[in-house]
Design a protein around this ligand. Structure first.
Ligand SMILES: *[C@@H]1O[C@H](CO)[C@@H](O)[C@H](O)[C@H]1NC(C)=O
Ligand SMILES: *[C@@H]1O[C@H](CO)[C@@H](O)[C@H](O)[C@H]1NC(C)=O
Ligand SMILES: *[C@@H]1O[C@H](CO)[C@@H](O)[C@H](O)[C@H]1NC(C)=O
Ligand SMILES: *[C@@H]1O[C@H](CO)[C@@H](O)[C@H](O)[C@H]1NC(C)=O
Ligand SMILES: *[C@@H]1O[C@H](CO)[C@@H](O)[C@H](O)[C@H]1NC(C)=O
Length: 404
């Protein structure tokens, strides 16, 4: 079975037909790719920035990584040399060369189509709203959804391979079907964000589902990264940043200080309300931090403060052991040994999905134990539940992370 799976990509162009933007200002930006070939997780990351009209500023960047089984190479995805990056830009956020940005902070968005796979419309709305909230919590922006037929600043859609103008456009490429590229977005003031409708979108951590045989992709994470592009941020070189090229692979899903610095640099770190100094004197900087961070960062001296995380990490289930294992290792979990004499039945789960079959070479199910080969698709939480009729006799969980 030949299977291609993928994660994350974004691209940006600078002009929508209805936009009064100066013609000729095009930017395209493509981000991370993750390919799984034949169940070998090959991850390829690709970023390009093109300016086909003013061809002076042309840069492209491609990375290939293979976190899967040892020794797998990355055919046909050879990386050209990394572009020469100015020293001052090291480990920092990056703005577009033209410092493209919005001229107002009350942005509206409309959702013109919804995903066909997995999440329904209300969960899609919820996920997108959560991603917008991450940015509005730490910036002067407010985002409001408007009906799909009204005018809006931002336009979000889930699209098939051939979508909008991708066949004719030099700067807007088509999607690649299931896997590969996940989404792309365009720099201001275009406002379009396109998600690949062949992906399997979920609310929750990106993970591989053995039951469905596909990657389930965290909409909030990908959307937050794309919104960053839509606000004018390019990839950051800071590995903790949400806007880092590898953020979808490394799970950096909170807005970091670096991302905030980028927004401040682009839009200014200034008070938004005239009452800010007086609120600051009343001590609101401490007692009403979130509000002040958004509206009064200057009076509170928050401009360079380290941000609190915008997403609280979810605690692992009770009795979970975390194991960090080298790639390729055969890991065995034992569950029912002590209670086998009680004749309970053992059920195995991965990320809360019941596992029903073995996948030779990847995952072997047995009654009282199971084993996996440690690789990217097998990362996740494994749980055994021992039941006797309806009664749960015992349960254990193991969280497996692969050491890179
Ligand atoms: C992305 O991750 C891969 C694998 O960890 C690494 O080889 C590559 O250099 C990273 N890219 C950047 C820009 O850090
Ligand atoms: C956003 O604010 C601008 C002025 O700051 C105003 O002209 C515009 O009507 C507002 N738009 C919305 C959708 O509220
Ligand atoms: C959408 O899906 C969620 C989760 O599966 C469910 O709780 C919710 O009721 C669904 N909403 C609608 C309108 O179907
Ligand atoms: C591609 O999609 C456009 C509309 O988005 C449509 O007009 C065109 O016929 C499609 N082309 C092909 C080859 O499917
Ligand atoms: C791991 O090793 C055990 C024997 O030690 C074997 O039964 C199992 O099939 C192996 N697991 C996988 C996923 O190959």
């Amino acid at each position: 079975m030949d299977q291609m799976e993928g994660l994350s990509a974004d691209s940006i162009k600078g002009s929508r037909s209805s936009d009064e933007e100066k013609c000729g200002r095009y930017n395209k930006y493509i981000v991370g790719f993750l390919y799984i070939l034949y169940f070998f997780p090959l991850m390829a990351l690709l970023a390009t920035l093109k300016d086909p009209v003013g061809a002076a500023a042309q840069k492209s960047q491609e990375d290939v990584i293979s976190p899967g089984l040892g020794g797998v190479s990355a055919p046909a995805l050879q990386a050209p040399a990394l572009p020469h990056l100015p020293r001052t830009r090291r480990k920092r956020y990056t703005l577009t060369p033209g410092q493209l940005k919005w001229d107002h902070f009350n942005l509206t968005y409309r959702i013109v189509s919804f995903p066909r796979n997995l999440i329904n419309e209300s969960d899609t709305r919820k996920g997108l709203a959560a991603a917008f909230r991450m940015w509005s919590n730490v910036s002067p922006f407010n985002f409001k959804e408007v009906p799909p037929n009204s005018a809006s600043d931002l336009e979000i859609g889930f699209y098939s391979i051939n979508h909008t103008d991708c066949l004719e456009s030099l700067i807007h490429h088509c999607f690649d079907g299931t896997t590969g590229e996940l989404a792309h977005a365009f720099f201001p003031k275009n406002g379009e964000i396109h998600f690949d409708d062949h992906e399997y979108w979920i609310l929750g951590n990106t993970r591989f589902s053995w039951k469905k045989g596909v990657w389930l992709t965290d909409l909030v994470h990908v959307a937050a990264h794309e919104i960053g592009h839509a606000l004018g941020l390019m990839h950051s070189l800071n590995s903790n940043a949400l806007m880092h090229i590898n953020a979808t692979l490394t799970g950096k899903k909170t807005i970091s200080q670096d991302d905030i610095w980028g927004i401040h640099r682009l839009y200014g770190c200034t008070d938004r309300l005239f009452v800010c100094p007086s609120w600051a004197r009343k001590g609101f900087c401490e007692t009403r931090r979130k509000l002040m961070k958004k509206h009064c960062p200057s009076s509170c001296d928050f401009c360079y403060e380290f941000p609190f995380p915008t997403v609280v990490p979810t605690p692992p289930p009770l009795r979970t052991k975390t194991k960090i294992v080298p790639e390729g290792r055969n890991v065995t979990f034992r569950c029912g040994q002590k209670i086998i004499h009680k004749k309970g039945k053992v059920y195995w789960y991965k990320d809360k999905e019941l596992l029903e079959y073995s996948y030779p070479g990847y995952l072997a199910l047995n009654d009282d134990h199971m084993s996996i080969i440690a690789n990217a698709i097998n990362e996740g939480t494994y749980t055994c539940i021992v039941k006797k009729r309806q009664r749960i006799l015992t349960t254990y969980s193991w969280r497996i992370r692969v050491k890179n």
